[in-house]
Write a protein that binds this ligand. Structure first.
Ligand SMILES: Cc1cc2nc3c(=O)[nH]c(=O)nc-3n(C[C@H](O)[C@H](O)[C@H](O)COP(=O)(O)OP(=O)(O)OC[C@H]3O[C@@H](n4cnc5c(N)ncnc54)[C@H](O)[C@@H]3O)c2cc1C
Length: 315
């Protein structure tokens, strides 16, 4: 099987999700070709030891992310290589460029994949739907395009040493872009940098309001931890955006990640799944977080948090 892996990168660094895709492709026992696009994409080959070869599409228009330019380049790579499988990450760029590529190439597209394996000449795909509440199992004939969920494999397994051979493919001419980059805005971290925190207490929607934080603040104080929130907590304005962990927030890797009333949706796990120790409290014993937490307790956070704080105060 020949697999073409779409490699996302930023500021000269290949993204973790690209390493995860390389790991998935290698697990399939496939011949792996990494597709990199950019102004000087060949310079990234030294980070792509997880691939057998690299196809580089170089063009100044690919310097920043523009959906139609990157989509055109992806299409050119699929045409040039005719791979059995194209792998992209289920993120902003993948969501932009994979569906048009499937449409134009006539290939089937599978999304939200968390596990893949070859089965009777086809590809068996397990996908997570509705934030992990449902799991779908399907089989797709090859060739196909699959978008894998971030966290579906370990980035370390795709981050291998070595510099594979690079072949450069020309960027096809394209009509004037419908989308152009106007400005890049860096997030306002307001002095908070959760990425550096050793301990984090994260609250989910279950906290129920900005006026309910007292037990959480007390626990965080006793643990010398930063407070973070899932997206609904930030959307509701109960915590500032700089404290959002997950796909559209920050990615953290603390020594302790303590979660209260967070369900463990894939978009949240994407931002904290590599934490050293995950402890979760949830009233629902079937909450997806219990499949990921090292320690879990099925109980009411408003019951447990004050008791935990009291224990810590006494110790
Ligand atoms: C493109 C995209 C990007 C996203 N980015 C992010 C992101 O960056 N970060 C993020 O977090 N989400 C993100 N999401 C949203 C994500 O899919 C989930 O909707 C979100 O993570 C759910 O937050 P939650 O766990 O707090 O809420 P819920 O899923 O509503 O879970 C609340 C949990 O609290 C439990 N509970 C209720 N009462 C109690 C109690 N008294 N004590 C203990 N437990 C209780 C419930 O059993 C439940 O499991 C994104 C979604 C999309 C589509």
């Amino acid at each position: 099987m020949r697999v073409l892996v779409h490699v996302e990168h930023q500021a000269g660094a290949v993204s973790d999700t690209a390493f995860e895709l390389l790991a998935i492709a290698r697990n399939l026992g496939a011949e792996v070709e990494a597709l990199v696009m950019g102004a000087e994409p060949a310079t990234l080959a030294g980070q792509l030891g997880g691939a057998d070869s690299v196809i580089a599409i170089a063009d100044p228009v690919l310097k920043t992310y523009l959906p139609d330019a990157h989509g055109t380049a992806l299409q050119a790579a699929i045409q040039a290589r005719n791979p059995d499988l194209v792998l992209l990450s289920y993120g902003t760029a993948g969501l932009d460029i994979a569906p048009p590529a499937a449409l134009r190439s006539g290939l089937p597209l599978m999304c939200n994949a968390v596990a893949l394996h070859p089965e009777e000449g086809e590809l068996a795909v397990r996908s997570q739907l509705y934030g992990g509440k449902l799991e779908a199992r399907a089989r797709v004939p090859l060739p196909a395009i699959v978008m894998a969920m971030p966290g579906a494999a370990r980035a370390e397994d795709g981050r291998l040493s070595g510099t594979p051979p690079v072949e450069t493919v020309a960027m096809p001419s394209r009509s004037e872009a419908g989308v152009r980059l106007v400005e890049t805005l860096e997030p306002d971290t307001s002095g908070i940098d959760l990425t550096q925190a050793e301990r984090i207490v994260c609250v989910g929607r279950a906290i129920g309001g900005a006026d309910k934080f007292a037990p959480v603040e007390e626990l965080a104080r006793l643990l010398d931890a930063e407070i973070a929130g899932s997206r609904p907590v930030i959307d509701a304005g109960w915590l500032p955006k700089a404290r959002q962990v997950g796909k559209s927030g920050v990615t953290v890797k603390p020594r302790l990640y303590f979660m209260a009333g967070v369900s463990g949706a894939p978009e949240h796990l994407e931002g904290m799944g590599d934490s050293e120790l995950i402890v979760a409290i949830n009233t629902d014993e079937s909450a997806p977080i219990f499949a990921r937490a090292h320690y879990g307790a099925v109980c009411d956070m408003f019951d447990v948090l004050p008791k935990l704080a009291s224990r810590l105060r006494d110790s």
